[in-house]
Write a protein that binds this ligand. Sequence first.
Ligand code: ADP
Ligand code: ZN
Ligand code: ZN
Length: 740
Amino acid sequence: MSFFVVDVALPVPLRRTFDYLPVSDDPISAYQPGQRVRAEFGRQLLTGIVIGTRAHTEVPHNKLRPLLQRLDDEPLLGERELKLARWLSDYYHHSPGEVLEHWLPVMLRRGSDPSEANDRHWRKASLTATAPVLKGAKQQALWAAFDGKTLISHSELTSAGFTLAQCRRLEELGLIDEVSALGVPPVPEVNQPPLALNDQQQQATEALTACLGSFKASLLEGVTGSGKTEVYLQLIDQVLEKGKQALILVPEIGLTPQTVRRFRERFAVPVALMHSGLNDRERLQAWRQVREGKARILIGTRSAIFTPMPEPGLIILDEEHDASFRQQDGLRYSARDFALIRGREEQVPVVLGSATPSLETLHNALSGRYLHLKLTRRAGKARPPGMKLHSILHQPLISGFAEPVIQAMHKHLNQDKQVLVFINRRGFAPLLACRECGWMAECRRCDARMTLHQYPPHLHCHHCDAQQPTPLQCPDCQNPQLDPIGQGTERLEDALKQMFPDVPVKRVDRDTIRSKDAFDHLLDDLAQGEPCILVGTQMLAKGHHFPDVTLVVIPDADAGLFSADFRGMEHTAQLIKQVAGRAGRAENPGEVWIQTLYADHPKLNLLIDNGYHALALALLQERLDQQLPPYAHMAMLRSECDDKAQAKRLLEEAREFTRIWLSQRGPDKNGKHSAPISVLGPFPAIMERRNGRFRFQLQFFCPQRQPLHQCLDVIVQQLETLKGYNRVRWHLDVDPVDTL
Ligand code: ADP
Ligand code: ZN
Ligand code: ZN
C-alpha cells in the first residue's frame, strides 16, 4: 500500500490545515473531501473535516499521527461547500477548520451521526389488518389514528395525547411497527391565495423572475409597507414551480411566528426554520431536511446561509441593512456579502430587500452592478406617515415628553388607536448619580456607566453584563439621595402609566420579551385592536406589522446624531425610518413625532423632508469625499489585553510589518503600481477598557480590495508567529460595520 496523508481542517484558531496518517488499514479511496474524522490534536480530541489526501508531507514521519476514526462514509459537505468555505477563510483570514464548523450543526460538529435527527415513526404492520378487538378506549383511539395513514411520526401521536407505552402495546400485538425516518416540516392545509400586485410590485416581480436560473444581484428598495414581502412570495412561487429551493434570511428578531405563518400559509411545501430558539436536535433536523431536499423553503437568521441545498434556486435577504447579518465574534462574516458569493457560485439570483438600504448596497445599485427595483408607494390602502421634528430646546418636559406630544398621544388614544414610543435604551435610566458630590455608578471592568434597572432593582453594565445591587446611599459622601439621570424603557413605562392611567402600557425590550413566542403573544394581543401604548427598543422597529398603531413617538432622536462611528448617521436614519414605518400601516393614516434639541440639524431635516434615499445620497457624497467605504475597502486589526502597553505594542508591531511590506512592494505583474494602503493607529477604542481589558485598533484603507488582502495576509502570518504576546488577544475585522 502506498504512503499517503490525509489533509484535515480542525476547529482550532490556527489558519492552516493538518496532515494525519489514515486510520489503520484504510485505503486512499476511503477518504473524500467533506467527510468528518476524529483526530488527536495536542491533548484534545477533535472532529475535523477531510480536505483531501496527499502523497507527500512536510511533517517528519515520526511526528505524524494516525486519525482515530472516520465518522462518515459519504461526505457531509460537497465540493461547492468546501469551495465556499475556502473563500470565507481567505477573505476573512480565518482558520479553515473554524470556518467549516459553521457549515455543520452543533451535533455533527461533536461527532453525532446524522441519523440522530430522525424521528421515531410508526406504521401499520399490515395494510390489510382488520380491526382487532382492543381493550381500552385509548388503544382503540390510537389504532383509529392510523386509519388511511401510511406513516405517523411519534411526535404527532404524543401531541394527540398518546404515550410511548400505548404504542408499544400495539406493537406487541403485531399491529404497528416502529420505523425511524427524517420528519418533514408541517405543510399547512389552508393555502392563502396570492394578492393582486400593484404596478410597481408587478414590474419588480417580473424583473426578478427574469433573473431566475443564473446569478444576478438585485436591490429591492421599497418603503416600509410597500409590499416587498408579497414580491418575495410571488417570486418564490416561481422558484418552487421550477423545482428549486429558496433560502430567505431575516434579521435576528424578524423571525416571529407571524412572519413564518405568512410563508407557511402561502405554499403547499414543507418550510424549514433555523433560528437561535432551536435546540441542537431541531437544528440538525432542519439542516438535513434542507440538505436532502425535503424542505423546499428555508427561512432563517444569519447562520442559515451555511445550509447546503441540493437544488438552490434563490436567496433573499430581507432588511439587508440590519446589523444582525454581521457576526461580531469569531468568524466576523457578513451574511449579506457572503450570500452574494454563494449566489454567484451556485448561479442563483440574490435579492436584497430594504426600505433603508445600506450605503454599500445602494452604491452597488446606483453604479449599475445590481439591478435596482423600487417600490415607492405603500401597498393596499395605507398612506405614508407624516413626520414631524419637534424642538425641545428650552421647552419644559413632563417625564421626558413635550406637552404637544402628550396631546398627540391623547388624540390618537381617544380615537381608539395605538401609540408606539421608541427609545433605544432598556432599563430605568442610563445613569445613577449623586448630586452632592458628583459620584456616578460606573462599571469596575469597563469605561462605562452602569444602567439602573428597577424591575427588579439593580445596576447592570450593558457592556460586560456585570450586575450589582443598587446602593442605598452615595458610596463617596453617604448622601442618601441618589438620582437616576436620563430615560430608559422602564422609566418611560412608569411615566406613561401615570399619565394615561386608563390605557394599558406594554413594555417591549429584551427584559420583557425573552422568547419568540412571547413576542407572538404580544402581536396577537395587539391585533385585538384595543387602544394601548407600546414602549420599547429596536425590537419594535423591525419589519413587524402593527395595523392599529397610528402614532409613533421618538422622545430622543439626538443620541445617534453625533456618533464617533462614520456610519452613525446612516444607522440612526435607518432606525428612525424603520420605527416611523410602523405607523399607519393599515387604512389609518399615521403620524410620527420626533423630539430633538437640534431641530435645524441639516441631515435630520433632509431625512424628514426628502426621505431616506435623499439622505443616503448626501451621505454617499461625504463618503466619497473622505474616501471611506463604500469608496474604499476597510479592515481593522483589534487587540485586547489586561496590560494596556502590551495591547498597544502588538499593533505597533503590526504597523511596522505593514510599513516594511509596503516599502518592499514592487509594481504588479503588469508593471502598474498597486493602490496605496493607508494605515491609521494604533489608537484606543472609544471604550478603551471593556470587561477588564484594554482595547486598541489599527485601521487599514485601500481603494482596491486585492492589495489590501495581500497586505492583511502578510500581517496575519507574521502575527501568528510573533513571540511574547501570549496575553494579547487580537483579531482581524474585514469590512467592519462597527468601528468604535
Ligand atoms: P413590506 O414587506 O414592504 O413592509 P408587506 O409585504 O408586509 O410590505 O405589505 C404590507 C401590507 O400591505 C401587508 O398587510 C400586505 O398584506 C399588504 N399588501 C401587500 N401587497 C398588496 C397588494 N398588492 N394589494 C393589497 N395589499 C397588499
Ligand atoms: Zn455623593
Ligand atoms: Zn462592564
